[in-house]
Design a protein around this ligand. Structure first.
Ligand code: HGY
Ligand code: MN
Ligand code: MN
Ligand code: MN
Length: 413
């Protein structure tokens, strides 16, 4: 008999919490702009803290600002089971990306409290700082420091478009904890997340059992030409960094299309200097985001793109610099934890399928230091990183129920 028979979360309470958190850092079109280490992030953290206090959890905060809310188990010496995700959002983000994983984890705790169920291993709910990487690149920054991928001092020196550093902003919002990063040992880590793609909804499936995560490169490119007058500079005399960027955008798309269906390539972040209507762009800075579930494809795409950029720069007589600002190889999640998720979905009677995560998640880094798996629920039209991101209350509840069962089966009663 399963330990976790008939444990159900309170779907209304989870939904109410999601809606209450969504009121903090509202966007301009119904979603959220609660970017990391902004005042809105600080407000969202305080709300989460108040809910954890009310649930009787003990909060720890590490020096990267990551929040760890602990529920004791019957065996305090046993390695805790961790659940969580991130509360920071994109500038035009949705209400559920990341937030569902943090508040879904909290709902598991609240339901276990209601049911008077004490697990053997403690359970810890996590809010990882700066998962999105949009204000301070790269993405999954704090979980990357926790997993020993990034040096903490380097991470704290990352700067936003206004030149503010991660470290300064973390102090400013008052969330720099005193717990050294990465000391915590985990029995397992589970992350509930919306799919952010169309597969589950298109196939009418409730639960995605995430077996793998695709790999990623973020390459920051700077093309340097020469500002000059758009009217009086003949075409043959130009060193046009704007034209260079346009050709690189086309190149990235062409290369990604050569590896369908297992590749994506995008340039979503672009700066043009001096960005004046009647000056030929002297400098363009932009980020190439390429991803694939195949390491071989990912590395081949990178090589083809870098070679192509050199040819474009030569043809336009512009200089080029390329910095790798983010990278992880494709991820294979822990078979035991993946099985716990699959068995939970099966036992609860939810339709489910194995799936590869298109997006990056904190779980991708934590998988390096602890047995890790993810639970996914559908999202409407597969849309995310858009203020119109939407899920249903039923999908949220299904995901949290599967999360609870996988966590309780792993934590034992
Ligand atoms: O970029 C990503 O995949 C994640 O949303 N940060
Ligand atoms: Mn996310
Ligand atoms: Mn995201
Ligand atoms: Mn690599």
């Amino acid at each position: 008999m399963s330990l976790a028979t008939n444990l159900q979360i309170d779907g209304d309470r989870l939904w109410d919490s999601l809606m209450e958190m969504a009121r903090i850092g509202p966007g301009i079109a119904g979603g959220n702009n609660r970017q990391t280490l902004t005042d809105a992030d600080g407000e969202g953290r305080r709300l989460f803290q108040s809910w954890c206090d009310a649930a009787g959890l003990t909060m720890g905060v590490d020096t990267m600002g990551t929040m760890f809310a602990r529920r004791e188990g019957s065996d305090p010496e046993a390695l805790p089971v961790y659940v969580g995700s991130h509360l920071d959002t994109q500038p035009t983000g949705g209400k559920y990306d990341g937030v569902l994983g943090v508040l879904g984890g909290l709902e598991v705790i609240r339901s276990l409290n209601d049911l008077g169920v004490k697990t053997r291993h403690p359970i810890v709910v996590v809010n990882w700082t700066n998962e999105e990487g949009t204000r301070f690149a790269p993405a999954m920054l704090a979980s990357g420091v926790f997993a020993g991928i990034h040096d903490e001092a380097w991470a704290k020196e990352r700067r936003d478009a206004g030149g503010k550093s991660f470290g300064e902003e973390l102090k400013r919002i008052g969330w720099e904890g005193d717990e050294p990063v990465g000391q915590r040992k985990m029995k397992a880590f589970f992350e509930l997340h919306i799919e952010q793609g169309p597969i589950l909804e298109d196939e009418g499936i409730d639960i995605g059992v995430v077996t793998h995560g695709q790999g990623l490169y973020w390459l920051e490119v700077t093309l340097t030409g020469k500002e000059s007058h758009t009217g009086s500079t003949p075409m043959y005399k130009r060193r046009d960094a704007g034209l260079g960027m346009a050709r690189v955008i086309e190149l990235v798309n062409e290369v990604a299309m050569d590896y369908q269906p297992d590749a994506v390539g995008t340039i979503g972040h672009m700066d043009v200097y001096p960005n004046s209507r009647n000056i030929i762009a002297g400098r363009t800075t932009f980020t190439i985001d390429i991803r694939s579930p195949s390491k071989e494809t990912l590395d081949e795409m990178r090589e083809r793109i870098e070679d192509g950029i050199d040819l474009i720069a030569e043809a336009l007589d512009i200089d080029v610099s390329i910095d790798e600002v983010g990278h992880f190889d494709p991820v294979t999640f822990d078979a035991g934890c993946v099985k716990a998720v699959r068995d939970a979905a099966e036992a609860l009677g939810y339709s489910h399928r194995d799936i590869v995560s298109g997006a990056g998640h904190d779980a991708c880094w934590i998988n390096r230091v602890a047995p890790t798996a993810m639970v996914m629920c559908p999202c409407v039209d597969g849309l995310s990183h858009n203020e119109a991101e939407e899920i249903t209350k039923e999908w949220a509840a299904a995901g949290a129920n599967v999360l609870m069962r996988a966590v309780v089966e792993t934590a034992g009663i």
